[in-house]
Unconditional design. Structure first.
Length: 315
C-alpha cells in the first residue's frame, strides 16, 4: 500500500473507496502528524486487490518471503494479505504463507541458489485483530452496545462451558447464532461438544473442526434456547470419528455426516468379523448407539478389508 510512513505509534492508515473501483491510501505519521493531503497510493480492483466473500485481498502475493517454524525449519515462498471488518467493528487481517523448504545448490557470499524441496510444501497462517478508532487520538474504542439476542447466546456459552475452546466471533441470524470457535487441541474440541450436550444446547456443525496454524477452527450454529434437535446428526463428524478411533481397534479412514446419521469408512487389517467390531464399539462407547454395515470389500491383490457403516449416536 506504500504506507511505510505509518509504522510508528499513533500513526494511521485510511482506505477510502471510489465509484470507479479504486481504493485511495492516505496516512497519518505519529500523534503530531496530520493526514496526508495527497494519496500515498491509488489501488485498482483486479490489479492491486480483489474482493470476495466479504474480504479484501491484496494482489499480487508478496514474493521471496521466508518463514521459520517452531521445529526450526526455514521455508521460502509467498504471502497473501487479506482484511475484513467483523460484525463487532474489529478489523481482521489474515496473512497466509505458502512455501517449501529449499535445497541449496550453490552458496556464495552475496547470493544463494536453491530449489524447492519436493514434498515439503506447506501453508501457514496468522490472524491479527485491530479495534477501529474514530481517530488515532482515541486509543480506547467506545464500547459497542451488545444486542439482546447476542447477550443471551453469550450468557449460555459461558467460559466454564467453553473450557479450552475460545469464542472468536458470533454472527446472529434468524435460525440461531453462528459461533466461530478456536481450540488448542483435539481433546478440547471433544470435551466442548460433550459439555454442549450435557447442557442441552442444540447446535449444528456448519464447518467441521480443522487444524490450521496450530489451532482447531470450527463453526457451530447455536440454536435458540428450548430448540429440539431435528435429526440424528447431533455431533460433528469430527467427534464421531474421534470416538471410533478410541474404541473400535481398527483404522478409521473417514466419517461424514448424512441426513440421518453418519457414514464411517473403516480399514480392517485382520479377519475380525464386522459384527465383533460393532459389539466392541457398543460395549465401550457411551456415545455410539447403533452401527449397521452398508458394504464391505477387499481391494484386488490386497488382504485389507474396507467397510462402510451407518452410525447413529445414542439418544
Amino acid at each position: 500500500m506504500q504506507a511505510e510512513g505509518a509504522v510508528s505509534l499513533d500513526s494511521g492508515i485510511e482506505l477510502s473507496g471510489a465509484a470507479n473501483g479504486t481504493l485511495t491510501v492516505r496516512i497519518k505519521r505519529g500523534r503530531s502528524g496530520s493526514w496526508s493531503a495527497r494519496p500515498e497510493a491509488v489501488l485498482r480492483a483486479g490489479t492491486d486487490f480483489n474482493c470476495s466473500g466479504g474480504r479484501l485481498t491484496f494482489s499480487p502475493p508478496v514474493a521471496n518471503v521466508s518463514r521459520k517454524t517452531e521445529d526450526k525449519k526455514w521455508y521460502e515462498g509467498t504471502s497473501t494479505v487479506s482484511m475484513a471488518r467483523l460484525a463487532s467493528g474489529v478489523l481482521s487481517v489474515d496473512v497466509r504463507f505458502t512455501g517449501s523448504e529449499r535445497i541449496v545448490l550453490f552458496s556464495y557470499a552475496s547470493a544463494n541458489i536453491s530449489l524447492p524441496e519436493p514434498g515439503t510444501r506447506t501453508t501457514l497462517g496468522d490472524s491479527y485483530l485491530w479495534p477501529v478508532f474514530s481517530d488515532t487520538f482515541s486509543l480506547i474504542p467506545a464500547e459497542p452496545v451488545m444486542p439482546e439476542a447476542e447477550r443471551l447466546v453469550r450468557a449460555r456459552l459461558t467460559p466454564q462451558l467453553g473450557g479450552g475452546v475460545m469464542l472468536y466471533e458470533l454472527k446472529l441470524g434468524g435460525d440461531g447464532a453462528l459461533a466461530i470457535l478456536k481450540a488448542l487441541s483435539r481433546n478440547d474440541v471433544v470435551a466442548f461438544e460433550d459439555r454442549l450436550h450435557a447442557a442441552s444446547i442444540v447446535y449444528e456443525t456448519r464447518s467441521e473442526p480443522i487444524e490450521w496454524d496450530r489451532k482447531y477452527h470450527m463453526e457451530l450454529l447455536i440454536r435458540p434456547a428450548g430448540a429440539v434437535a431435528g435429526s440424528a446428526v447431533q455431533y460433528s463428524a469430527f467427534r464421531i470419528e474421534t470416538e471410533l478411533q478410541r474404541v473400535c481397534g481398527c483404522n478409521v479412514q473417514t466419517v461424514a455426516a448424512s441426513e440421518d446419521g453418519y457414514i464411517a469408512t473403516l480399514t480392517i487389517f485382520d479377519s475380525t468379523p464386522i459384527a465383533d467390531i460393532i459389539r466392541v464399539v457398543q460395549l465401550n462407547s457411551p456415545l455410539i448407539g447403533t452401527m449397521n454395515l452398508i458394504d464391505e470389500r477387499t481391494p484386488a491383490g490386497s488382504r485389507i478389508r474396507v467397510a462402510r457403516l451407518k452410525v447413529h449416536p445414542r439418544p
